[in-house]
Design a protein around this ligand. Structure first.
Ligand code: SAH
Ligand code: SF4
Ligand code: F3S
Length: 470
């Protein structure tokens, strides 16, 4: 009998990857995905702890799901069906890791809590929970072990991918301890997977017909996995090896730290055509005083030098970043230094946040900036970043670029994909049949419109192939 799984992902791409793995795992147990939590036999919330809002959202979602469950139960009772159905509700991810016991206290409906390093045990936990429910006890299982050793071994055996673009986790955890950040506590110490492991996953992706691989890690450019030869491999070593795999036409990696942006890695951007001209390189602030207080281990000048070197080897590279405004003791002058760094860099896109106090991190005990000042600074920074993004997208009008058509778009007979520069690209097609033909393919697109958030364009040569645009 098929069962239904509702899974919601919060936070970063590591969580997106973990969610895909949990779906793989549970599909081996006969679960299919559903978009409606009230219909599900198993509800998993894969959570993020990075900012207060992200963490609080989980509790309000749990509340909403509980109400949905109760309504469904009433309906089932009226219709006299599904009487013995016992739903299991699980909280996974970084909130689970950080606040496991508190979740159990605050949300009595939750049956199990497990962190990012133990989710491979999900099928076993579900079985145990189901057994307990059968016996009339609420499970309340908690597993927040941080050791990574067996997880990847286990997951590799269960992988199912059907997409043209896939994530491949090569590194996890973080030893950098930026003073604002929870990741070292929720994901644990830095860990690089061995080359053999990574290559085995890569081959599976190749067999599945994957065109684009994004290597993932919280500190992906600190990668130092053990090779078959016993030597340590760096990220550029690995990129060169993956680029040789037939079918892998596009490689990307995220997220990087300026500290580990080595000359060899920069060089790789100029040498490897498969390595896409896009880099997400968070800087957080343009003020050296603030960077120091954040424990970022780099100055703004060092960051700018990396950008300059990257542009030397790959002039068209699109840059993205992360920014925090209103970090403790940030003055107007510190904020202005951030604005100047943004003006000097000219980003293709970026993420920016108000500093959010995270209990247990060093910055939580520093002198805080007032909320209204944070809000004003964020608005100012975002306005500048939006202008830069628009400028970048506008520049592409009239150009032809290769786009990986990853999925159907929202409009009828449309496709959506990504440009080499990571922009979202939308294309309308004359019929569903034609849309299907291009799905999952790398296609030349003539860009007709560069908007604030995405590009629009037409497939080059569509009419020449005898398909008239109806
Ligand atoms: N490993 C990555 C990013 C991790 S978190 C890196 O080192 O850059 C993603 C982003 O969230 C960070 O880059 C930072 O900009 C933001 N962030 C992290 N902690 C935060 C906090 N306490 N308040 C506001 N933003 C935060
Ligand atoms: Fe967090 Fe800093 Fe590690 Fe990035 S490098 S995950 S911001 S501690
Ligand atoms: Fe959030 Fe955890 Fe990622 S805290 S940003 S989901 S590593």
């Amino acid at each position: 009998m098929t069962k239904k799984l509702f899974i919601k992902t919060y936070g970063c791409q590591m969580n997106v990857y973990d969610t895909e793995r949990m779906v793989d795992l549970m599909s081996h147990e006969g679960y299919v995905k559903t978009d409606a939590p009230e219909e599900a036999d198993l509800v998993v919330l894969n959570t993020c702890h990075i900012r207060e809002k992200a963490a609080e959202k989980v509790y309000s979602d749990i509340g909403r799901i509980r109400v949905g469950f109760e309504k469904q139960k009433e309906k089932d009772l009226l219709e006299r069906k599904n009487e013995k159905s016992e739903k299991i509700i699980a909280v996974a991810g970084c909130v689970a890791q950080a606040e496991g016991a508190e979740i159990m206290k605050r949300a009595p409906i939750v049956d199990m809590v497990f962190g990012p390093q133990t989710y491979h045990k999900l099928p076993d936990m579900v079985e145990e929970a189901a057994q307990m429910k059968e016996e009339g006890v609420q499970p309340r299982l908690l597993d927040t072990d941080l050791a990574v050793d067996e997880k990847f071994d286990f997951l590799s055996k269960k992988k199912i991918t059907k997409k043209s673009s896939a994530f491949l986790t090569i590194q996890e955890g973080c030893d950098k301890f930026c003073t604002f950040c929870v990741v070292p506590y929720t994901r644990g110490a830095e860990f690089s997977r061995g080359i053999e492991d990574v290559m085995s996953d890569a081959r599976k992706l190749q067999e599945a017909g994957v065109t684009e691989v994004t290597m993932l890690g919280q500190n992906v450019n600190a990668y130092h996995g053990r090779g078959e030869d016993g030597e340590e491999w760096t990220l550029p070593d690995l990129i060169r090896r993956l680029a040789k795999i037939d079918g892998f036409e596009r490689l990307r990696y995220t997220t990087s730290h300026p500290h580990d942006m080595t000359d060899d890695l920069i060089k790789a951007h100029g040498e490897i055509p498969e390595l896409m001209p896009y880099l997400h390189l968070p800087v957080q602030s343009g003020s050296d005083k603030i960077l120091k207080a954040m424990n970022r281990t780099h100055t703004s000048a060092e960051y700018m030098k990396i950008i300059e070197d990257l542009r030397k080897v790959r002039p068209d590279i699109a840059l993205s970043g992360d920014f925090i405004v209103g970090f403790p003791e940030e003055t107007d002058a510190d904020f202005e230094a951030t604005m100047q760094l943004v003006r000097d860099t000219e980003y293709a896109q970026a993420y920016s946040f108000k500093y959010s106090v995270r209990p247990g991190t060093p910055a939580a005990d520093m002198v805080q900036v007032e909320e209204h000042i944070k809000a004003e600074r964020l608005a100012e920074l975002q306005e500048l970043l939006t202008q830069q993004q628009m400028r970048f997208n506008k520049k592409n009008e009239g150009q032809t670029m290769r786009v990986l058509m990853e999925r159907f778009g929202k409009r009828e007979n449309s496709l959506a994909g990504r440009s080499p520069y990571m922009q979202a690209v939308h294309v309308n097609l004359p019929s569903e049949e034609i849309a299907k033909k291009y799905l999952g393919k790398l296609v030349d697109i003539y860009v007709t419109n560069g908007g604030a958030r995405s590009l629009r364009g037409d497939i080059v040569g569509l009419e020449k192939q005898g398909i008239s645009a109806a």
